[in-house]
Write a new protein. Structure first.
Length: 76
């Protein structure tokens, strides 16, 4: 599932093992440099490019996962 992959990326990049799907990226100590690394991991590991504005708008594992899943729903 996408949510499991996203959570694993967040855990790795935020160096925290107990992230829930509803935890807010910024409340976990996330900042722009970490966000850029996560954005790169999404592209490399999931094959999806997530624009920075969507990373800010979808600041939980659940919401960014839903966004990523919506991208594959519209892909040809």
């Amino acid at each position: 599932m996408i949510v499991d992959s996203v959570r694993a990326i967040w855990c790795r990049e935020l160096q925290c093992d107990d992230i829930s799907v509803d935890d807010d990226f910024f409340a976990l100590g996330g900042q722009s440099l970490i966000m850029v690394r996560i954005q790169g991991a999404f592209l490399e590991e999931l094959g999806v490019e997530v624009p920075m504005d969507q990373m800010f708008l979808n600041s939980t594992v659940a919401s960014i996962s839903a966004y990523i899943e919506s991208l594959s729903a519209v892909a040809p």
